[in-house]
Design a protein around this ligand. Structure first.
Ligand code: ADE
Length: 233
């Protein structure tokens, strides 16, 4: 999976990309993240990437020329693969959207800043718009990292265990069941007996019950969405 990120502050993504699972995935060649600074494609005297809005109003708008030049310079004309604008106006990012995006070999993520991008970028360059939630960030960089992280862990080989992502919260349509590890008793709080029983059928049944209970209590909206039957291995 290859990601091309277009941003005015591409270095802000580096610390996270250089940590933990994403770092290992990149070292193994399972993912490749290329960071592109839109400012490098600005040709005006001061390398300006934003300007005042036509019609007046507060805030600056990202200019179209450097964004088109950057994306087309890296991905060709027309760009090869999805070009996704990170914006609070986009479609909500969910596990299902992550799975859909993971089917592509290559994704371009465009990070907005200031009041947003010139509408011609949305209309004629971008093929998809994604929001990571109903709140406004200072820029799209954190949102791009969220997408890279969620899509990367669905990329074959990135998670250690073969079925690492299959039983995740949301992947099944339900929240995940509770997990326990040793010790069996900690400050007098005991691990549920069923998990120590060695009876795999009972354990699977208990986990499924717990997942349903948890989803009913915390996210009943998910139950309405997914009437699908789920079984844990
Ligand atoms: N840029 C600013 N806020 C955002 C959000 N909620 N999702 C995606 N991109 C954003």
């Amino acid at each position: 999976m290859r990601f091309d990120v277009f941003s005015l502050f591409p270095e802000s993504l580096l610390p996270y990309l250089k940590s933990s699972i994403l770092k290992r995935a990149a070292q193994q060649g399972l993912i490749e993240v290329r960071l592109h600074n839109i400012r490098h494609w600005a040709t005006n005297r001061h390398r300006m990437t934003d300007d005042v809005p036509y019609g007046g109003g507060s805030g600056m708008v990202m200019k179209p020329e450097p964004i088109f030049a950057a994306v087309e310079g890296v991905l060709g004309t027309p760009p090869n693969g999805p070009v996704i604008l990170m914006t609070p106006q986009g479609r909500p990012f969910t596990q299902r959207v992550a799975a859909e995006l993971a089917q592509h070999p290559r994704l371009a993520l465009l990070c907005g800043h200031y009041e947003g991008v010139d509408e011609r970028v949305r209309a004629h360059l971008v093929t998809d718009e994604i929001s990571i939630g109903d709140y406004v960030l200072t820029g799209g960089e954190l949102a791009a990292l969220v997408v890279i992280d969620a899509v990367s862990r669905l990329t074959p080989g990135v998670l250690g265990a073969e079925d690492g992502a299959q039983n995740d919260s949301h992947a099944t349509g339900l929240l995940e069941y509770p997990h326990y590890t040793r010790p069996a008793e900690f400050r007098s709080w005991r691990v549920p007996d069923v998990l120590l029983s060695g009876n795999h059928a009972r354990i699977a049944h208990w986990r499924q019950e717990q997942a349903l209970k948890r989803t009913r209590e915390r996210r009943p909206d998910l139950l309405d969405e997914s009437q699908q039957q789920t079984t844990y291995k």
